[in-house]
Write a protein that binds this ligand. Structure first.
Ligand code: TRP
Length: 345
């Protein structure tokens, strides 16, 4: 027996979804619906590890749900919901807080980066963040998690937590016959996006495209209209040289590399294929072609997102339906976990 293939992934509703979120995560959720049971979650409990205005949090939660649907996630085939509606996430996260070691958590580079010199004054939740993420995944015994490169370490932590739980409670798991080859939780595999899906700022090819960049010109928002998308691409920072004929020529040219990468991702081609077409040409040729492609792919999605967001009640109903289906699985797992641990119910 093996764990049945199940995918879980989460996106934080912290405002302003952009091209990087789409190419690095959301777009990859769609084809997995063909091969796996898929669960896609708007992780609102993760979002409040840093301050969120309540109205902005509601808006951003609906925006992520709308982006999932507009991108092609079918809420009938997949389970689409927001984390806080399924209380078992918090419950399992507490158990995992008691499994994970301080030393494991203290090694998390994302925490160290986010806390910086301010580590005495960030929330305890920010420190415990990866433990909640492990709970998200393992509550559904997910076997695969599509995530960006930056989440690799968090996923390794989830695997360590699963292994330690399986090991610490091995006798109890065996006694109740709740394991598959002795394992209660699967050791989840990451599905890491290739480097081609690491989308950089349009102003600076060495920085990741980010919602926290003060310049709106640095990113393409999924809610930008066709005009805004085209303008931002035409104004993107570049070097003066023409496009190289081969991949090698993109080395040390971060802006050129990024724009070629975006073209490749949006057209489902490799960078080498893009260079085979555009190598030797100048930006005056390439940028309009990229703008046209980006508008063709992104603007129908933005239009659909805006249409969905005009009717928040329908989005909320989708999230509620997803939460009910997620809860059914989550409660099954938690019933077993409580029993394994020795909690009386
Ligand atoms: N930490 C992830 C991010 O910021 C979001 C996330 C939360 C997640 N829980 C998850 C991703 C579970 C994958 C699986 O990108």
């Amino acid at each position: 027996m093996t764990f049945s293939p199940r995918v879980f992934s989460g996106i934080q509703p912290s405002g302003d979804l952009h091209l990087g979120n789409y190419l690095g995560a959301i777009r990859r959720f769609v084809p997995l619906q063909e091969t796996h049971a898929t669960i896609y979650c708007v992780v609102d409990m993760h979002a409040i590890t840093v301050w969120q205005e309540p109205d902005a949090l509601r808006r951003a939660t609906r925006e992520v749900a709308a982006a999932f649907i507009a991108a092609g996630v079918d809420p009938k085939r997949s389970i689409v919901f927001n984390q806080s509606q399924v209380v078992q996430h918090a419950e399992l996260a507490w158990v995992f807080n008691c499994i994970a070691r301080m030393g494991w958590m203290a090694r998390m580079t994302q925490f160290k980066d986010k806390a910086g010199k301010n580590s005495e004054n960030v929330s305890l939740g920010l420190f415990a963040y990866p433990s909640l993420m492990a709970a998200d995944i393992l509550l559904y015994k997910a076997t695969h998690v599509p995530v960006g490169d930056d989440q690799k370490q968090h996923l390794e932590l989830a695997r360590d937590i699963a292994a330690k739980f399986n090991n610490d409670y091995a006798a109890s798991i065996a006694e109740r016959d709740l394991g598959i080859d002795g394992q209660f939780f699967p050791i989840t595999e990451p599905l890491i996006a290739g480097p081609a899906t690491r989308i950089m700022s349009l102003r600076d090819g060495t920085k990741k495209m980010s919602k926290s960049d003060p310049s709106d010109q640095s990113r393409i928002s999924l809610l930008d209209d066709a005009d805004a998308i085209a303008k931002k691409i035409k104004k993107a920072t570049t070097d003066p040289a023409e496009l190289p004929l081969e991949l090698e020529g993109l080395k040390d040219r971060p802006e050129a590399d990024n724009l070629v990468g975006i073209y490749a991702a949006l057209s489902d081609r490799t960078k080498a294929e893009v260079l085979a077409e555009f190598g030797g040409q100048g930006w005056g040729k390439f940028k309009p072609a990229l703008a046209e492609l980006a508008v063709a792919v992104l603007s129908p999605m933005g239009t659909e997102m805006r249409r969905l967001l005009e009717d928040p009640q329908t989005i909320d109903a989708v999230l509620r339906d997803g939460a009910e289906r997620a809860s059914a699985i989550a409660e099954q797992t938690m019933t077993q976990v409580r029993d394994i641990i020795g909690f009386i119910r």
